[in-house]
Design a protein around this ligand. Structure first.
Ligand SMILES: O=C(O)C1=C[C@@H](OP(=O)(O)O)[C@@H](O)[C@H](O)C1
Ligand SMILES: C=C(OP(=O)(O)O)C(=O)O
Length: 450
C-alpha cells in the first residue's frame, strides 16, 4: 500500500471557487462490515458502491485468507461467497490489516470464537495502536492473545475452543470494540450482551439484523443494551453502500472556506450516529443544507449543499456529540481556524489513539500556520483568526494518517500561503479519488517534487 511506499508530498494553494458535484466514495465503516458479514453468511452477498480504499481492500484479502471467496466485478460491484458463522479456516499467512483499526479489530472479533490461531499485523501506525481494548473482552469468550508490550500488534489470537457468551460494558466510546464483541458473539451459543454508555455508530447492529441475526437494542439507565442471539445462520444480502459522510466532510469544508464556492455532495449517508459534523457546522453559521432527504437501504441519506460561508463563528462542541463526528475533528479544527472566536472541543480523548494522536498532529501544524491552539488530554480549543487571516506557509507531517493529510490540504486551499504535507500516500486508505475529485471541483492541489 502507498503508505508503506515512498512518501507522496503534496501542496494545496488558493485558487478560484470550488464548484460542481462531488461524488465521494462508499462508506468505509459499512464497506468493512459488508465484507466481514458476507464472509460469515452462507452463500453469496452482493455489494455495490464498496469503498475500494486500501483499508477495505485489506479486509477483503483477510476474508479470502479465512476461506471466503471475494470477487471484484468492477465499477464498485463486489461479491462475497461466505463460509458461515464458525466456518473460518485457519489462515496460512499473517493477516496484514495495513493502516486500519476498524479492519483489524472487527476481524479479530469475527475470528475469536472459532478454534483457529491467527496472527495480525499492520503498518507502523496500526502497530502502535492499543488492541487490549478488544482482546480484553474477547478473553471473556475464552480467546487468548499474545502480542507486543502494551497490547500492540503483531499479535496472535488463539480462538476459543468452546466459546461462552459474554455480557460486556464497553469502557470507551468505540464502535470498533462494540462490533468486535458482537461479531465474536455470533459463534457463541446463547445471548451475548454489549452495553455502551455512549451511542456510537450502529452499522454493525443494523447490518446484523439485515443478515437475519436476532439482535435487539434497548435504551436503559445502564446505557444502550444490545442483545445478540448466538449461532444464527446468516443469510446473504444485497448491500448498496451509501457514500461516506466522513469523506464528504473534506469537499464540504473546502467549499465553506473558499470564496465563491458552491458544491453539491449527493447521496451521503446521514445516519445520526455519523452526522455530528454537519450539525456542528450549521451551528457555526455554515451555509450547509440537506436536500432531498430520504431513506435508502435502512439508512437516512441526503444531498449536501455547501456554499462559501465567511461569517462562521466558533462554538462549544458538546462532548455527547463526539462519537458522531469522531473522525471529523481534524477538518473541523481547520474550519475553526477561519471562524471568528474560539471553538472548544471536549470529551475527545479517543482522538489520541487514532492513526496518529490527532490533537497533537493538528495542534502542531495549525500553530506553525499561525493559529492559536490550546490542549489538554481530552480537550482542545482553536482560536479562529477569521477569513483571510490564516497565514499557512507550512509543511505538515501527515504521520501515516489520511485525515491529517487531507485536513492540512484543505487548510492550504484557503490560507494566505500554500500548505504542503510531507506524505499524501495515506489518503488512499479511505479516499483514493481525493485528488481527482478535488481537482474536478477546481481545487489547486498537486503532487510536489521531493
Ligand atoms: O467502527 C468503525 O467503523 C469506526 C469506528 C471509529 O473508531 P473507534 O471505534 O475506535 O472510535 C472510527 O474512528 C473509525 O474510523 C471507524
Ligand atoms: C480512525 C479511522 O480509521 P481506523 O480506526 O479504522 O484506522 C479513520 O478512518 O479516521
Amino acid at each position: 500500500m502507498s503508505s508503506h511506499g515512498d512518501p507522496i508530498p503534496m501542496t494545496a494553494r488558493q485558487g478560484g471557487p470550488l464548484r460542481g458535484e462531488a461524488l465521494v466514495p462508499g462508506d468505509k465503516s459499512i464497506s468493512h462490515r459488508a465484507l466481514i458479514l458476507g464472509a460469515m453468511a452462507v452463500g453469496e452477498t452482493k455489494i455495490s458502491g464498496l469503498l475500494e480504499g486500501q483499508d477495505v481492500l485489506d479486509t477483503g484479502r483477510a476474508m479470502e485468507a479465512f476461506g471466503a471467496e471475494v470477487v471484484n466485478h468492477g465499477g464498485g460491484n463486489w461479491s462475497v461467497h461466505g463460509v458461515g458463522v464458525g466456518g473460518f479456516g485457519e489462515p496460512d499467512q499473517v493477516i496484514d490489516c495495513g493502516n486500519s483499526g476498524t479492519g483489524v479489530r472487527l476481524i479479530m472479533g469475527a475470528a475469536a470464537t472459532t478454534d483457529i490461531a491467527v496472527t495480525y499485523t499492520g503498518d507502523a501506525s496500526l502497530n502502535s495502536r492499543p488492541m487490549g481494548r478488544v482482546t480484553d473482552p474477547l478473553a471473556l469468550f475464552g480467546t487468548r492473545a499474545v502480542g507486543r508490550a502494551g497490547g500492540r500488534l503483531p499479535m496472535t489470537l488463539l480462538g476459543a475452543k468452546e466459546p461462552t457468551p459474554v455480557r460486556y460494558v464497553v469502557p470507551v466510546p468505540s464502535a470498533q470494540v462494540k462490533s468486535a464483541v458482537l461479531l465474536a458473539g455470533l459463534n457463541a451459543p446463547g445471548e451475548t450482551v454489549v452495553i455502551e454508555q455512549e451511542a456510537t455508530r450502529d452499522h454493525t447492529e443494523r447490518m446484523l439484523a439485515g443478515f437475519g441475526a436476532e439482535v435487539s437494542v434497548e435504551d436503559t439507565d445502564e446505557g444502550r443494551v444490545i442483545t445478540l442471539k448466538g449461532q444464527p445462520e446468516l443469510r446473504p444480502q444485497t448491500i448498496a453502500v451509501p457514500r461516506d459522510p466522513s469523506s464528504a466532510a473534506f469537499p464540504v469544508c473546502a467549499a465553506l472556506l473558499v470564496e465563491g464556492s458552491d458544491v453539491l455532495v449527493p447521496n451521503i449517508g446521514l445516519n445520526p450516529t455519523r452526522a455530528g459534523l454537519f450539525y456542528t457546522l450549521q451551528e457555526m453559521g455554515a451555509d450547509l443544507t440537506f436536500e432531498n432527504m430520504r431513506e435508502e437501504g435502512g439508512e437516512p441519506v441526503a444531498d449536501l449543499r455547501a456554499r462559501y460561508s465567511p461569517a462562521m463563528k466558533g462554538i462549544n462542541v458538546p462532548p455527547e456529540r463526539a462519537a458522531s463526528m469522531i473522525d471529523e475533528y481534524p477538518v473541523l479544527s481547520v474550519v475553526a481556524a477561519f471562524a471568528e472566536g474560539q471553538t472548544v472541543m471536549t470529551g475527545v480523548n479517543e482522538l489520541r489513539v487514532k492513526e496518529s494522536d490527532r490533537i497533537d498532529a493538528m495542534a502542531q501544524g495549525l500553530r506553525a500556520a499561525g493559529v492559536e491552539v490550546d490542549e489538554g488530554e481530552d480537550w482542545w480549543t482553536v482560536t479562529g483568526r477569521g477569513f483571510g487571516q490564516v497565514a499557512g506557509g507550512i509543511t505538515a507531517e501527515s504521520r501515516l494518517d489520511h485525515r491529517i493529510a487531507m485536513s492540512f490540504l484543505i487548510l492550504g486551499l484557503a490560507s494566505n500561503a500554500p500548505v504542503s504535507v510531507d506524505d499524501g500516500g495515506p489518503i488512499a486508505t479511505s479516499f483514493p479519488i481525493f485528488e481527482d475529485l478535488m481537482a474536478d471541483l477546481g481545487a489547486q492541489i498537486e503532487r510536489t517534487a521531493r
